[in-house]
Design a protein around this ligand. Structure first.
Ligand SMILES: [Zn+2]
Length: 109
């Protein structure tokens, strides 16, 4: 890539992990690495201008985002299992009641 400042050839590389770009006056930043392994997009460094050009990843996902999503998935599965269990329990109760009702002497009621 050609340096937009001096026109010289830029060196290609990556910024390995954990960095964020944070706007002045803001707390939330834009993560510059992608995925659990911190795969970083290629960035370009001009040694003459001492500047780096770094493309911002399309879908930045940090480790915390990943953990959060996994937790959401897990709790979703738990809810599902609980619903199934409750449905089965209701069905069993229903069947038991029907059976008991059927076996009772109608004159006893
Ligand atoms: Zn340059």
């Amino acid at each position: 890539m050609e340096c937009p400042f001096c026109g010289g050839e830029m060196k290609e590389g990556t910024i390995p992990s954990g960095l964020k770009w944070v706007e002045d006056g803001e707390w939330e930043g834009i993560p510059l690495t992608v995925g659990l392994l911190g795969r970083a997009p290629k960035s370009f460094y001009c040694p003459d201008c001492r500047r780096i050009i770094l493309p911002v990843p399309e879908k930045a996902e940090g480790v915390l985002d990943l953990v959060e999503r996994k937790l959401d998935e897990a709790s979703g599965r738990l809810d599902e299992a609980k619903k199934q269990w409750e449905a089965r329990r209701t069905r069993e109760k229903e069947e038991k009641r029907k059976k008991e009702f059927g076996s009772k002497d109608p004159w006893e009621l």
